[in-house]
Design a protein around this ligand. Structure first.
Ligand SMILES: [Zn+2]
Length: 461
């Protein structure tokens, strides 16, 4: 009869620290993201919603508007770091919550300390709360970066109740929390870094942002071991999700928007790690092509678009006889299953087989490419490596490949060509039907399909 009696009992549950998926029982592998050993026991935040309806007579009547009401675009705060402002979609929006995720040690704290100083120098009040380092350490880092004079207010704290009390009194324009995994809410009975603590802390902070008009930036470490919840568990709670990427061995770092309620997703900002912190890279194509080797078979320059900006990168392929019964397919910086698809299309439509051959594909510089427009450049790199025939070094390539072997036109062809022309390229290979405009004065080779490419460019068939 009385169903509520059963619900008061606190139920333990299990949650994946990678993606936040919850389970009734412990399992070794997460169904949500496939991670092993990432399931941790969690105490639920509440007993969940009550079975009884809220009823229709208890609330206040809301004011409803129609769709014709004029909406003013959100006001934006510019940091003056143009690469950061661009990724944010044209500056920071008040009352917004932004998550900046990335591997530990990649430079998130450096970037955000520089951003904090930039916003402070632009006349905004900024509070930087570090749960990772003492204020003296943060101050030393700031001085090393030449930011010692900025008016950023620092605190080293992890108790969210104290942080919120301080923020409520200060009412800053911007608050940076470094990192969300060190924060804890005293009403939640689990250790900092657990899925429930990270979620509860993020919820408190995003609610604070909405109520007081403060922009909140949360730093989240991408975790590997599953003991600590990763930034993915709060992605759905924030307005903007940025990931800070880069290879340890490379100087440059990329800030990539993967979700943005106030601007385009997929936008990237490029930075270079220097002794004085992160420097903006205003011409990333020049950076990525900077240390290009002499033209060799297997090397092709792809004219890509990242967000709203053209970006030239070198794609390298190596094809070698395999000693293995299952030849190797190794990809760095591109999608492995997309490589398999292109190899299959090449074999099926042109008869050029990669059987018994190891295939290595690398996007030079360590950047990750996700555009399908890179298909043709990858196919050219593979064919060039396989046939031992170089593509002329002053040529750029772009275009999407369909399973039939036809080449599909891609968007923003004119922008791709202009960027290539600006960097001294004189020729381009692209699918037939691309809107190329005046092509920036380049000589164009527009191809309908793979057969034509193989016949005309590689003289094979
Ligand atoms: Zn998972």
């Amino acid at each position: 009869m009385d169903q509520n009696k059963n619900m008061v009992k606190p139920i333990t549950q299990f949650a994946c620290s990678d993606c936040g998926m919850t389970y009734k029982k412990w399992t070794g592998r997460c169904d949500g993201c496939g991670a092993w050993n990432s399931i941790q026991e969690e105490v639920p935040l509440s007993q969940g919603p009550s079975k009884k309806s809220l009823g229709t007579m208890k609330g206040k009547r809301m004011a409803l508007t129609d769709l014709t009401t004029e909406e003013t675009p959100p006001q934006r705060t510019l940091s003056g770091l143009s690469e950061l402002d661009r990724v944010l979609g044209g500056g920071l929006v008040p009352s917004s919550a932004t998550l900046v995720g990335g591997d530990p040690g990649i430079g998130k704290s450096t970037l955000l300390l520089q951003a904090a100083a930039a916003f402070a120098n632009a006349g905004h009040s900024v509070v930087y709360v570090s749960g990772e380092e003492a204020t003296a350490q943060v101050r030393m880092r700031a001085q090393r970066l030449g930011l010692g004079e900025s008016s950023v207010k620092l605190a080293a704290e992890t108790n969210l109740r104290d942080i919120l009390t301080t923020l409520e009194a200060e009412k800053p324009d911007l608050c940076i929390i470094d990192s969300i995994q060190t924060m804890w809410v005293d009403t939640v009975d689990s250790a900092p870094g657990s899925v429930s603590q990270v979620r509860a802390s993020a919820h408190e902070l995003t609610t604070f942002a909405k109520r007081f008009g403060t922009s909140v930036i949360l730093v989240g470490h991408v975790t590997k071991d599953g003991q600590i919840a990763g930034p993915r568990v709060v992605e759905h709670m924030v307005d903007t999700v940025l990931y800070f990427e880069g290879e340890r061995g490379h100087q440059f770092r990329i800030l990539r928007a993967v979700k943005n309620r106030f601007g385009p997703a997929d936008e990237i900002g490029v930075f270079e790690m220097t002794g004085m912190g992160l420097a903006e890279v205003t011409n990333p194509s020049a950076l990525f092509l900077g240390d290009r080797d002499a033209p060799a078979p297997g090397s092709v320059v792809f004219a890509g678009i990242e967000g709203t900006r053209p970006l030239l990168v070198e794609i390298q392929a190596l094809v070698a006889p395999s000693q293995l019964s299952q030849p190797r397919r190794a990809v760095v910086g591109w999608d492995g299953s997309r490589l398999s698809m292109i190899l299959a299309v090449l074999e099926a439509r042109t008869g050029i087989s990669f059987q018994g051959l190891d295939v290595y594909l690398n996007v030079a510089g360590g950047i990750r490419i996700s555009e399908p427009a890179a298909d043709l450049a990858v196919a050219c790199a593979l064919l060039s490596a396989r046939e031992d025939a170089s593509i002329p070094p002053e040529t750029v390539v772009f275009g999407e490949l369909s399973l039939s072997g036809a080449l599909r036109p891609v968007s923003q062809a004119e922008n791709r060509l202009k960027e290539a022309a600006k960097l001294g390229f004189t020729a381009a290979m692209a699918p037939k039907g691309c809107k190329t405009g005046d092509a920036g004065g380049m000589s164009l080779r527009l191809l309908p399909d793979l057969i034509t490419l193989v016949g005309e460019v590689f003289g094979a068939g």
